[in-house]
Design a protein around this ligand. Structure first.
Ligand SMILES: [Zn+2]
Length: 485
């Protein structure tokens, strides 16, 4: 295990780049805050999920196992507001819960469709808990905090007593000395100068779907959801917890207060946060008309993988200024890698053989590219530099191949490197032959076998096609048509 390369990341807690030393050698536990499913994810949300996918894939290709938990927030104030607005005041509880479930099911599906389109595969997550499946664990956690004097009830709700936790503010680096602490706050989101005892359990208002609790009917606050699911599924200590920078305060600060208040020891070793996305230099907002979902980009004719590449061409800790010009540049860069891959797949053109004297050694260039690629990624996930290593290799190898063609072995070594980098960036896969191309190739094989009077081979190919569900249609002029049976 100690041969695995060490991944270094910027830890928001210490404000330093640190090596990730997994609690269990070789296995990284990773918790990421998932979507609140009451609307489509926008491209800023997707940037965060793409950075976490890059993080996970880097560990995996480096040889680690990653236990990745991402929650689905399927109960919160916005979900309740949107799902209940058309229900009559006298609607029974079951109808309220059903309406909430219908809304969250719809947007959970849309969310995973979007992730799949940018190659964040659903089966790459170890756990995808829905908050509403963990209400008992949340109630239990609140009770443990109350028993320690860190939570108190008031009018059917329960609040966290932040004065009870001396290190409250450690993640957001709040200045506790000069802090004016408000009494208590019911909203899940608030500014850092409005710091206050935050809500753990919210008493149900008339007409809201609710769950029974020791404090009466209500629903959990947003922050307690992640603490409960994270501790339940990844244990009392984890390696990395991640989200967008907007989650540092109050969400992650409050998660620390809840979990560490209960556990009495550090819960998370590294907190890793991804930066925001701007659109043409401005904050994305519906009122400015610069608010985009992945579906909007697809309607404009962009491939979701172009968006993935554009995002990953930028360092996760830098503001990314999204623009359509930038997207087109990403499209061209991606094309360059794909064309290079095709060139390496083909055998060298005989005309490419030359006698140029100052030839480079392709295997040395490949070694250098590999080293530069890993040096960059292991150093706080420096994706732009890792990609630069690929482009340098492309320039060098293309120039060489124009003069003295690379051998088949050299081409295959380059392809192995491209396959490895594609496992992380997911933009230049070996393209599978389509079913049509495969069928046409088999029909041609059968025709050749027949022409050579190799009847057993012709029959074998016919059976293979049959097994694929292909029906052959022999025609008068000797050609063979086909259809899917
Ligand atoms: Zn969270």
């Amino acid at each position: 295990m100690n041969t695995l390369p060490s991944v270094h990341l910027f830890n928001t807690l210490s404000r330093k780049v640190e090596p990730v030393l997994p609690i269990t050698p070789g296995i990284v536990t990773l918790y990421t805050c998932g979507p609140t499913v009451y609307n489509y994810a926008h491209i800023g949300n997707l940037r965060t999920f793409l950075f976490q996918d890059l993080l996970k894939r880097t560990f995996q290709v480096a040889g680690y196992e990653v236990k990745h938990c991402m929650n689905i927030t399927d109960v919160d104030d916005k979900i309740i507001r949107d799902s209940q607005k058309d229900l009559p005041a006298e609607a029974p509880s079951e109808a309220r819960h059903a309406a909430m479930r219908a809304l969250t099911d719809k947007y959970t599906k849309a969310f995973f469709d979007d992730l799949e389109a940018v190659k964040i595969h659903q089966d790459s997550f170890t756990y995808l808990p829905r908050a509403t499946d963990y209400i008992p664990q949340m109630i239990d956690l609140i009770q443990r905090l109350a028993a320690k004097g860190l939570a108190y009830p008031r009018e059917g709700s329960v609040y966290y007593r932040i004065a009870g936790l001396p290190n409250y503010g450690c993640l957001a680096h709040l200045d506790r000395e000069g802090m004016r602490v408000g009494a208590s706050v019911d909203a899940d989101e608030y500014e850092r100068d409005a710091i206050a005892d935050f809500v753990l359990w919210k008493a149900a208002k008339p007409g809201e779907p609710s769950w029974e609790s020791p404090w009466g009917p209500g629903h959990p606050g947003w922050h307690i959801e992640c603490s409960a699911m994270g501790m339940e599924l990844l244990g009392e200590r984890m390696d990395i917890h991640s989200g967008g920078v907007d989650l540092i305060f109050p969400h992650h600060e409050n998660e620390i207060a809840q979990s560490e208040g209960c556990l009495d020891h550090p819960w998370v070793n590294l907190w890793v946060h991804g930066e925001f996305l701007l659109v043409e230099g401005e904050k994305m907002s519906k009122s400015l008309g610069n608010f985009y979902t992945l579906r909007d980009l697809q309607k404009k004719g962009f491939d979701p993988l172009t968006f993935r590449f554009a995002i990953q061409s930028n360092h996760y800790r830098r503001l990314y200024n999204f623009s359509f010009a930038g997207l087109r540049a990403a499209e061209n860069a991606l094309k360059r890698i794909r064309i290079f891959r095709k060139r390496m797949e083909k055998d060298a053109a005989p005309a490419g053989q030359g006698t140029w004297k100052e030839a480079i050694d392709p295997s040395k260039r490949l070694e250098a590219a590999q080293e530069a690629f890993w040096d960059a990624l292991l150093d706080d996930l420096n994706a732009p530099e890792a990609l630069a290593a690929i482009f340098t290799l492309i320039s060098d190898v293309n120039a060489q191949d124009d003069r003295i063609a690379l051998t088949r072995e050299e081409r295959d070594a380059v392809l192995t490197f491209l396959d490895m980098t594609n496992q992380i960036f997911a933009g230049w896969p070996k393209e599978e032959a389509t079913i049509d191309q495969e069928v046409e190739a088999l029909i041609e094989q059968r025709r050749a076998a027949k022409a050579a009077k190799n009847w057993p081979e012709a029959d074998r190919v016919r059976d293979e096609l049959k097994a694929m569900g292909i029906v052959l249609e022999d025609r008068k002029d000797g050609t063979v048509g086909w259809r899917k049976g």
